[in-house]
Design a protein around this ligand. Structure first.
Ligand SMILES: Cc1ncc(COP(=O)(O)O)c(C=O)c1O
Length: 481
């Protein structure tokens, strides 16, 4: 083999292929409505179209891009389609994609301040920007006792919060000796499953995560929380952590933070707020009442990768007392020692998260915030909420349907009055049609349809079409029965 053959992509080739990829992405977004929103492939179909083994010889980049079109696209569920109403959105946007590309281009690993000062300092700065943008308490600012960090997901944020709470409650003995089965944590019965996973990983145990009962609006009952804490204390257990949710996944229920905080205070419990989806609404002052009492929180997280047009993954996580988090997660092996760390003058974000390594995620968040400005972000959030409220009115005014939960923001939970099988059939037929994608939940034991109006490019016409498709499909299903 000749010594001068490098196999690498040259800068000129990279430029040419990079332009082609950006063109492909722009074209993809222009034609996205022509694809079935939910991928229609069968299990194994994508793999069956791929060669059984890796190529021995280099292939041309043009071939790769052609294969994306031919082999990969059929297996894509189009999360960026404006007809995507399922789950909670996982949004992207031009500035988000370009920020992510730049992060890949720089290829920075920002585990320590010294491994790329800009990676750390931009992150600290953008998270400080977001504190007043979202009306969060000043104690979350890096200039105060707290600070913010970007995690991959809300699940990781909840785990970090739970670990710090466990350590604070055990005077940092848990990390040394492990848990003895007496540590207890609390969340509502509607909390996201990531809390259960966090309880498993943190050694607390799923049975020591108390799932507190909810009211008729699926929000945690503070008095039930208080009763459970008292009972646990009487039993000699050690309550350490409460998670309140601003916008539950199932129905967008809002746990009452201020009364929950009042329950936590006398017991010195760590109050974490999971605002993964709905936290973005706080960009608009008129929606901040939904998180009244946020000033009492020990930690808070929300996902710009859900509703704030920032390409996955990007979860913003703040703590009121950074020392507690750092003391919980910090280990400093010899090979990571450096002068900046020793000086105490810098943040090393490896101490604020589970993994050691980390990407330059703040670039995409910085791009999104600067591209839209606060005004642009507020515009889209208000628009989504307005469209969702319009949809809720259509449901209210149609005697064949009913709302299954309040609609505080942009998630509508509703059902046809014909029963579970009718609703499930409507959903499956619509999703098979490819025209739109919606998912379901169970509320009060009944199959419930969920429509979340949050996709970056969803406009009035998409929401109108969705409602029309739903009630027309309902007519067909009920006639057929
Ligand atoms: C309220 C809530 N918390 C946590 C999560 C988990 O999010 P992630 O995928 O960022 O871990 C979700 C996901 O939808 C959610 O809705």
């Amino acid at each position: 083999m000749p010594d001068d053959k490098s196999f690498h992509m040259t800068p000129d080739e990279f430029r040419r292929h990079g332009h082609a990829v950006v063109d492909w992405i722009a074209d993809y977004h222009s034609r996205i409505e022509s694809f079935p929103v939910l991928s229609q492939v069968k299990p194994g179909e994508i793999r069956a179209s791929l060669p059984a083994s890796a190529p021995a010889k280099s292939e041309s980049f043009d071939t790769l891009l052609k294969d994306v079109e031919k082999l990969i696209l059929p297996g894509i569920t189009h999360w960026q389609s404006p007809n995507f109403f399922a789950y909670f959105a996982s949004n992207s946007s031009g500035p988000g994609i370009l920020g992510d590309l730049l992060s890949s281009g720089l290829g920075v690993q920002g585990m320590l301040w010294s491994t790329s000062p800009a990676c750390t300092e931009l992150e600290t700065h953008v998270l400080d920007w977001l504190v007043p943008m979202l009306g969060l308490p000043e104690k979350f600012l890096s200039s105060s006792t707290g600070g913010g960090v970007i995690q991959d997901t809300a699940s990781s944020a909840a785990l970090c919060a739970l670990l710090a709470a466990r350590e604070r409650a055990t005077n940092y003995a848990g990390n040394q000796k492990g848990c003895d089965g007496r540590i207890v944590a609390y969340a509502s019965s509607q909390t996201h499953s990531s809390l259960e996973k966090a309880a498993m990983i943190a050694g607390i145990g799923v049975s020591n995560l108390r799932l507190i009962e909810v009211d008729e609006n699926f929000a945690m009952r503070p008095e039930a929380l208080a009763r459970q804490i008292e009972a646990d204390k009487r039993a000699g257990l050690v309550p350490c952590f409460v998670c309140a949710t601003v916008g539950t996944t199932s129905s967008n229920a809002m746990d009452p933070i201020a009364p929950i905080a009042e329950v936590c205070r006398p017991h010195n419990l760590w109050l974490h707020i999971d605002a993964a989806m709905s936290g973005t609404a706080a960009l608009c002052p008129e929606f901040r009442y939904l998180q009244n009492g946020v000033e009492f929180a020990d930690s808070y997280s929300f996902n710009p990768h859900k509703w704030m047009f920032t390409t996955f993954d990007c979860d913003c996580f703040w703590v009121a007392d950074r020392k507690a988090l750092i003391r919980t997660l910090s280990i400093l092996p010899e090979y990571l020692r450096n002068q900046a760390t020793e000086s105490g003058a810098v943040i090393d974000y490896r101490d604020w998260q589970i993994p050691l390594g980390r990407r330059f995620r703040s670039l995409k968040l910085w791009f999104v915030i600067r591209h839209y400005g606060v005004e642009g972000l507020q515009h889209h959030i208000r628009r989504h909420v307005e469209l969702a409220q319009r949809f809720a009115d259509w449901v209210r005014n149609d005697s064949r349907f009913e709302l299954a939960a309040p609609v505080p923001l942009n998630l509508i939970c509703f059902r046809h009055k014909g029963g579970d099988a009718v609703n499930q059939t409507i959903m499956e037929r619509l999703n098979r049609s490819g025209d739109l994608f919606l998912t379901h939940t169970k509320l009060d034991g009944k199959f419930t349809l969920r429509v979340c109006v949050a996709q970056t490019n969803t406009e009035a016409r998409h929401v109108e079409k969705a409602w029309k498709r739903i009630y027309k499909e309902a007519e067909k299903v009920t006639v057929a029965w």
